[in-house]
Design a protein around this ligand. Structure first.
Ligand code: F3S
Length: 74
């Protein structure tokens, strides 16, 4: 399993992840931040995590995020 991790706190809501990878990402317009769909909050780190078999478009999203708050753990 691989993990997609978002430091949601640092998200500035630019929407690039949603544009590049809508299967996994959606905008939360009320908060102006992106949600990683079905992710669970890690209460220790405050980050959101989702385990996946395949990274798919999340690699592109991680690379394109202007504030680098998306990362992938293999
Ligand atoms: Fe936020 Fe980065 Fe996506 S700033 S909206 S997580 S591309």
């Amino acid at each position: 399993m691989k993990k997609i991790i978002q430091n949601r706190e640092g998200c500035i809501g630019c929407g690039t992840c949603v544009a590049l990878c809508p299967k996994f990402w959606e905008m939360d317009d009320s908060e102006g931040k992106a949600n990683l769909k079905d992710a669970k909050k890690n209460e220790e780190t405050g980050e959101y995590e989702l385990s996946v078999e395949e990274i798919e478009c999340n690699q592109e999203a991680a690379e394109a995020c202007p504030v680098q708050v998306i990362r992938i753990e293999n």
